[in-house]
Ligand binder design. Structure first.
Ligand code: ME8
Length: 519
């Protein structure tokens, strides 16, 4: 049993509807998952929902619902959203599932047995909104707390703490020795700066049931439930454990949940894809938790930036939102996937504008890729009755270079750069049509051989493009293959080699991939 390439996303809070930021992160992970599969790796792609904690409890109560019934309802919306984005996730975790809860409890028992948990009294400030304890260091210069913390209350209660002292040095060394552990570099530097300039305070990992009941009971004290982050992070190992991966089981081992099920080898994760606001949880607390549980660390934490709309924070209350489902219904899922991946590199913040979306749709999808495929296949249909002429290699070298560079960029998670690279081939091929002018060649019987050469080159370029685009725009790639009359799928990167279309093969019917729209 070989270890699969294991990629995860953050699991979303189920206290609202999915938005652009959620969609972007899941699409990034999906492209990487699809690309790795296309390159021949066995992959496991996990996404899902974070269902416990105060936020969810409060929203459910405000709607007069039991938290579980509320989560069950919304989980349907979120699963449908994953399908709408055309995600190829292999599993979908919900933190209220027994298979997850038992691993959280095993993890807690494990860190407790390792002597890393202590109980003590806490007196201080608490942000209900962010479910976190605040100290005087969190005050603004005028002494008040930032409104982003919501209502801040003073509390005094006994709680369980996860001891973090003496954990800083090994973590700093690990991050320094493994430059790709936190990517991109700006985020890595941020984590190192934080670790070097602060003393880690113990992490409170419990909430008294008197104050919060919507959580997983601590295995060593039923008067408490687990702090939502200690619960949520464990999803990355609970699902491998549920699939029989022994290397994801906190020491000492608990029994596996699904006897007889196929056993997968997943842990450690190859990539955790997350947003910039939750870096500390993933790059500081999570490695320390794993070490305390006797488990290896993930290989990479890949941090993306945040989307704004029209230069302003996305916010339901101000109505400044992008509804991914509405955009997809109007423009198609591949147009949506293309815009977010092409517009925003993994790392910096991005800005959605409707005008920007339409401009990219029109220039790059309709007039770029769509026009190339449509005119190439239409001319082959018109001038050669759709029958592929003898092989010719006019753009073979260019296409081979594009494939090589695209592969390297994808392996470095440089998805935006890969799309730019692929579009250089689109542009080159469109120029080639203009330069060779097949519509003129067709009028001159003496140019029949040259026309064959051009038509083969164009059809084969479209085919290569379908293979390169598959991870990004799977529906479009499949349409190109189908219009080429090919019955297999463009889902193997090895098919990007030039010369796969065979002379004499008859293509299918051309149809616009991205219909032009009036502005
Ligand atoms: O943080 N742009 O859930 P969440 C880009 N449950 N990404 C954004 C974004 C934006 N405007 N807004 C949010 C949680 N995100 C926890 C995670 S993981 C064990 C637990 C990203 O629903 C955010 O950065 O608030 C995070 O990676 C993901 O969406 C889920 O956010």
């Amino acid at each position: 049993m070989s270890k699969r390439f294991y990629i995860t996303t953050a699991i979303d809070y189920v206290n609202g509807q999915p938005h652009l930021g959620h969609a972007y992160e899941k699409i990034v992970a999906d492209v990487i998952a699809r690309a790795r599969r296309s390159m021949g790796q066995e992959v496991f792609f996990l996404t899902g929902l974070d269902e416990h904690g105060q936020k969810v409890e409060q929203v459910a109560a405000s709607q007069g619902k039991q938290p579980q019934a509320y989560c069950d309802e919304l989980a349907q919306t979120w699963k449908a959203f994953a399908a709408k984005l055309n995600l190829t996730n292999d599993d979908f975790v919900r933190t209220t599932e027994p298979r997850h809860k038992q691993v959280v409890q095993a993890g807690l028992a494990s860190v407790n047995a390792a002597g890393k948990v202590c109980k003590r009294s806490y007196e201080g400030f608490y942000s209900t909104k962010e479910e976190t304890f605040l100290t005087d260091k969190d005050r603004r210069p005028d002494g008040t707390f930032d409104p982003a913390w919501g209502q801040v209350v003073e509390i005094k209660e006994d709680n369980y703490f996860f001891k973090l002292q003496e954990q800083q040095q090994w973590l700093i060394e690990h991050i320094e020795k493994n430059p790709s552990f936190v990517c991109p570099d700006s985020r890595r530097n941020e984590v190192l700066g934080f670790l070097k300039n602060n003393t880690l305070e113990d992490l409170c990992i419990s909430r008294p049931t008197a104050r919060l009941s919507w959580g997983i009971p601590l295995p060593f004290d039923p008067e408490y439930v687990t702090y939502v982050w200690f619960d949520a992070l464990v999803n990355y190992i609970s699902i491998p454990a549920a699939h029989g991966d022994e290397s994801a089981l906190p020491a000492p081992h608990i029994p596996r949940s699904t006897p007889g099920a196929a056993r997968l080898s997943l842990w450690p994760a190859d990539i955790h894809v997350i947003g910039k606001d939750i870096v500390k949880f993933h790059a500081v607390y999570w490695p320390i938790m794993l070490k305390a549980m006797g488990l290896p660390l993930p290989k990479q934490i890949l941090v993306h930036g945040w989307w704004q709309k029209d230069g302003q924070k996305i916010s339901k209350s101000t109505g400044n939102v992008v509804d991914p489902v509405a955009v997809i219904d109007e423009w198609g899922v591949d147009a949506f996937r293309f815009y977010v991946l092409r517009e925003l590199d993994i790392g910096p913040d991005g800005n959605w504008t409707d005008a920007g979306f339409k401009a990219r749709y029109s220039a790059e999808l309709a007039n770029g890729l769509g026009n190339l495929v449509n005119r190439s296949l239409s001319m082959l249909k018109r001038y050669r009755d759709g029958v592929v002429p003898p092989r010719h290699d006019d753009l073979a070298t260019f296409a081979a270079q594009t494939s090589r560079t695209t592969e390297a960029l994808i392996l470095g998670n440089r998805l935006q750069a890969a799309l730019i690279e692929i579009w250089m081939l689109v542009t080159r091929a469109n120029q080639y049509v203009d330069q060779t002018a097949p519509f003129k060649l067709a009028k001159d019987p003496a140019q029949a051989k040259r026309l064959d050469e051009v038509l083969y080159t164009l059809a084969e370029t479209c085919r290569v493009l379908a293979v390169l685009l598959w991870p990004f725009l799977p529906g479009t790639a499949a349409k190109i293959y189908s219009q080429l009359g090919l019955t297999d799928a463009p889902d193997k990167f090895s098919k990007s080699t030039w010369g796969v279309l065979t002379p004499g093969h008859r293509i299918g019917a051309p149809a616009p991939l991205f219909p032009r729209r009036d502005a």
